[in-house]
Design a protein. Structure first.
Length: 318
């Protein structure tokens, strides 16, 4: 239709609803023409019960992909029509089930010829069309099951908004942001410790002058995220990723990911073979980010932080 040529693919849901309505209206006419007093929306439930096995509402809902309230409503309507009987005690006496009545079983026989005619008619449309809608629907259902439309739109928004994020090197003017962003997340979940104050109050002497780096994420020219690469005096690790913080006001724009990539890239440029970090499993989004960056859990190391309950490393291929 012309409206959908103007709206584009973003109106997919509206177009599918209109298409579904068109098919449903014809289905209602077909049932009536065959002399069957039957609502199209009943068909999935009826089809399941027509296999001859009694089912609970939950079992039907799972099998046809509907909600339990939706199935319950349909079953009530079909009960009123005399096609099914519900709340029947099953053979094991432990659950209530739904089954076809004798009228429903007889109705099933009458429906068989209609369904055969419908199947042939739809196959005719498939042969006339350039694209096989039935196969395409199966393919789309599979793809959306793997990754929903909602998640795909979320990812697209993150990608678009991340293009407005700049990752820059630390300047003295960002010291207040470096401190406040870290204090914000630490005080939300834990207590600020002495080791925190050393780094946050004196980033130049504690991090930069010792060979480390600090990266700042700017969004609309404002500092909204920070992350440090700290030089370590350790036989196993040369550098540590630390003090990553992103303002909750701009989360969802892949800022943590961009900061993490900048730190990893800099560690590689400095010749590091491994990168170390400490965190807490309470911070699930952060832990997920570290896993995404390639970090793996390590054990058996001491830490100056009381809040640390997980240590991780990233092997760098230079």
């Amino acid at each position: 239709m012309e409206i959908f040529e103007k709206t584009g693919k973003s109106a997919l849901g509206s177009r599918l609803r209109l298409f579904s309505s068109m098919i449903t209206d014809d289905a209602a006419k077909i049932y009536k023409w065959y002399g069957l007093d039957f609502a199209p929306k009943w068909f999935p439930v009826f089809f399941v019960l027509a296999q001859g096995v009694e089912k609970t509402i939950t079992e039907i809902a799972v099998q046809i992909g509907h909600s339990q309230p939706s199935v319950s409503k349909i079953v009530r309507e079909m009960t009123n029509a005399g096609l099914v009987k519900e709340n029947q005690e099953s053979s094991d006496k432990r659950r209530n089930v739904v089954a076809l009545t004798e009228k429903g079983k007889s109705f099933s026989d009458k429906l068989t010829l209609q369904l055969a005619d419908v199947d042939v008619a739809i196959e005719g449309i498939i042969n006339e069309a350039r694209n096989n809608l039935w196969e395409a629907l199966a393919e789309w259902e599979f793809l959306l099951d793997q990754k929903s439309l909602f998640k795909r739109v979320q990812d697209q928004r993150k990608l678009r908004e991340s293009k407005d994020v700049q990752i820059v090197s630390y300047k003295e003017e960002y010291q207040a942001a470096f401190k406040s962003l870290n204090e914000q997340w630490i005080s939300t979940y834990f207590e600020i410790e002495e080791a925190d104050n050393k780094a946050l109050d004196n980033p130049k002497s504690y991090i930069l002058d010792k060979g480390g780096k600090i990266f700042v994420a700017l969004y609309n020219e404002q500092p909204v995220g920070v992350c440090a690469l700290i030089k370590m005096d350790d036989p196993d690790y040369q550098y540590e990723m630390a003090k990553m913080a992103v303002s909750p006001d701009v989360q969802g724009k892949s800022i943590g990911w961009l900061l993490g990539q900048a730190v990893v890239s800099e560690a590689k440029n400095l010749g590091a073979s491994k990168l170390y970090l400490e965190s807490n499993t309470l911070l699930k989004p952060a832990i997920n980010l570290y896993h995404k960056l390639g970090f793996k859990k390590v054990v058996g190391r001491s830490t100056p932080y009381a809040r640390c309950n997980i240590q991780m490393e990233l092997l760098l291929n230079n």
